[in-house]
Design a protein around this ligand. Structure first.
Ligand code: ADP
Length: 317
């Protein structure tokens, strides 16, 4: 694969056969893959395979090129995730295999549905109901791939965040509307208790917004997915030693036991539609800004509480 970079059954059949190539062809056949692409970085290799389509039509070269671009984005994102994980937690090495598999799965599902619809287009384009469904589905599937690549890019090349003097409450209030709208939509009671005085911190306003939105949306989702007697999310601030703490608490089920040790690692999710990147991105962004994020130890019958501490002094490093 290192030599060939990409293979399809058609390419292997066309080219001079060697025993390795025959093995690869057999691998494609047994795994029912229509294309397999390869991307290599300094410390890890990404292989992305996409299944044979329903119509068994060969993949075209432009499709292969797109997949190779995607594989190379994944490779650099994984490289970075892998690197920081390696520094912070050696045992995370074991998850790299899982990451590749879940990513391929995430991208393959929308690609397969897009492909199926495109194949039906020539015979069904006169049907208005089909056309309507086509536009709706293609739009949402492309959005999903788009979201994933955007999050991967965030992880692979984070925007340059810069810490400036910020009135934290003002920054938080400016994104609160999004949170209250989402909470109202899901019928979750939302409250904000901004008690920190003063609330001046050194951070990047865009980063602080993103972190608050991520934590609040996660909390609303958790509460909504496990509706109990109480359904609430609360965001609060208070002064702590050397900084201002923002906490997001909820009445949800708390952190699932299998997630506790790897909550902030990339691609760890319990949601069927989640990517498991939100908390990893938050941790990454905050570490760059000398802020920290943690979750309270589990207490039976209590939901989750995440705490972010922003420094109230400029950090010189
Ligand atoms: P995603 O939301 O795509 O799963 P995240 O990194 O934001 O990715 O979250 C990772 C996982 O952490 C979630 O799948 C969920 O299991 C757990 N989690 C995050 N926030 C909460 C919360 N407030 N309550 C319970 N579990 C949570």
């Amino acid at each position: 694969m290192r030599q060939l970079r990409w293979i399809t059954p058609e390419r292997l059949a066309r080219e001079r056969s060697t025993s390795e190539r025959a093995d690869l062809a057999e691998f494609l056949r047994v795994s029912q893959l229509g294309v397999l692409v390869y991307a290599e970085g300094p410390s890890l290799t990404v292989l992305v395979g996409v299944g044979v389509g329903a119509a068994r039509r060969p993949y075209t070269y432009p499709q292969v090129t797109q997949l190779m671009e995607l594989a190379s984005i994944m490779e650099s994102a994984l490289e970075r995730a892998h690197f920081s994980a390696k520094v912070q937690r050696t045992e995370q090495l074991a998850t790299v295999g899982l990451v590749g598999a879940s990513l391929a799965h995430e991208i393959r599902n929308p690609l397969v549905s897009i492909k199926t619809f495109v194949q039906l287009l020539p015979t069904h384009h006169q049907d208005p109901a089909f056309r309507e469904k086509f536009f709706r589905l293609i739009g949402s599937e492309v959005d999903r791939i788009d979201q994933l690549t955007e999050q991967l890019l965030d992880l692979s090349a984070p925007r340059a965040y810069a810490a400036v003097e910020v009135a934290l409450h003002e920054v938080m209030r400016s994104s609160l509307e999004l949170v209250t709208a989402k909470a109202a939509d899901k019928q979750v009671a939302f409250s904000a208790d901004f008690s920190a005085r003063p609330d001046t911190v050194f951070t990047d306003p865009a980063a602080a917004k993103q972190v608050m939105l991520n934590l609040c949306f996660n909390a609303i989702q958790a509460v909504d997915a496990h509706r109990g007697e109480e359904c609430w999310v609360r965001v609060a601030t208070r002064n702590v030693d050397g900084g201002v703490e923002m906490s997001v608490s909820d009445s949800g089920p708390g952190i699932a036991p299998e997630m506790r040790d790897r909550l902030f690692q990339p691609f760890q999710t319990t949601k069927s539609t989640g990517f498991g990147l939100g908390l990893a991105i938050c941790r990454d962004i905050l570490a760059n800004l000398h802020a920290s994020i943690s979750v309270d130890p589990p207490v039976a019958g209590k939901g989750a509480t995440f705490r972010v501490t922003y420094p109230c002094q400029v950090s010189l490093s």
